[in-house]
Ligand binder design. Sequence first.
Ligand code: BES
Ligand code: MN
Ligand code: ZN
Length: 494
Amino acid sequence: MQFSTKRGAPEMRATPCIAVGVYAGRKLSAAAGALDRAAQGALGEILRRGDMEGKLGSALLLYRVQGVAAERVLLVGLGEETELREREYREAVRAAIKAAQETGAGTLTLCFSDIKAGRRDANWKARQIALVAVECAYRFDYMKSKKSEPRPLAHVELLTVARDAAATGRGLRQGQAIGAGVTLAKDLGNLPGNICTPTYLGEQARKLAKEWKIGLELLERKDMEKLGMGSLLSVAQGSRQPPKLIVLNYAGGRKTAKPVVLVGKGVTFDTGGISLKPSPEMDEMKFDMCGAASVLGVLRACAEMKLKLNVVGIIPTTENMPGGAATKPGDVVTSMSGQTIEVLNTDAEGRLILCDALTYAERFEPDAVVDIATLTGACVIALGHVASGLYSNKDALARELLAAGDEAYDRAWHMPLWDDYQEQLKSNFADMANIGGRPAGSVTAACFLSRFAKKFDWAHLDIAGTAWKSGKDKGSTGRPVALLSSFLMKRAGK
Ligand code: BES
Ligand code: MN
Ligand code: ZN
């Protein structure tokens, strides 16, 4: 998808399709009013005849509107004018793009700059338009023998006023870079477990590193043995696929500036191991590497935006399989930190690989560490598919991430990490157990990780409910690439 900005009057714009908004109660937006005047009231008449109420998400396509230079006029419902906030703005943009995709138009000209999105500015609006457009254009047909026909719509043009032109252009470029990161994360998430193995993720990281001049180190099993990553390796030992530890180094900041470290859970398939999961929906455990995918996606976005900061991405990646060599419930393993862990449930494997990756993060003397993981079913019960669970040992960092989530419309919710919950991890046989029982399952998982994050400011995003969709729209969402991108952009001073 290509993007551009244009200035000028909507009625004069010779374009295959021009989209303007209509508020609930058949009220024309400013741009729609301009078209209506040029067409001598033709739009108002159509509304009066009852063909369009202005309901949010609705769209009406018109051809050959006299006095208007565009080939097609697309009326897009905006809903109540006073209720137009971020979600509604995005919804209207989505409706416009979806409707335009059903036509033969190669270019859609959007006149949405005069429409309110809460208190968001032109930069935000343009960024969101690009993100929504990239999302609407997304397809995953690599695994189908018949590829879908390419859609005609390949170009979205934003009509702006002079005052907003620079911010709009910047927003489009940012949205495009973040959108490419989201797309990368989705593609990796959607690939099946027999293709997207730890080795495959390593190769994709290598490709990304080469293309965007990012440093790469790929640690093999023997390297991890030398480092004493007994916890990570205990998850990998049931699988035929060799585990990897991918370390990416994006150096956009000053040499001496401490990096932000992102750690992504990369379980390319989670059967549960000996604590085997039930069969229904087990296929969805191919998405258990979406944390890893989001790290690759956000690093791509950072590189494309040339953010002036240093970011290290660490991806522990493995399968979690049952087998003759697999870890058994009750086994005790020693983590790289020296702390011992009684593995009471081999299905609580995410924390076992993340804890060693967190210890490894210490060597980068991080300014902050954020891990991203499809960690617990309990988080899905707590927050559903709307918000990611956010935990942190530093309130200021939590606030930064919450604000980034709000801005990106990729939201998180702050969850407690109180010491009272730590008791649930007590083990009679080791320093800790890897599970804390049914109550507050997402919290105790975060508590477990916190024991390996004592040496730096750290936050944890449990994305179990937000990283993919189930049912007829089954597929990866690319979250939280947008949240993390906003977070890093702010840190880089953008
Ligand atoms: N990858 C799963 C978490 C998960 C489950 C995400 C369902 C999305 C949907 C994780 O490895 C896991 O199995 N967690 C267990 C932990 C339990 C054994 C303490 C869970 O949530 O059931
Ligand atoms: Mn599991
Ligand atoms: Zn898992």
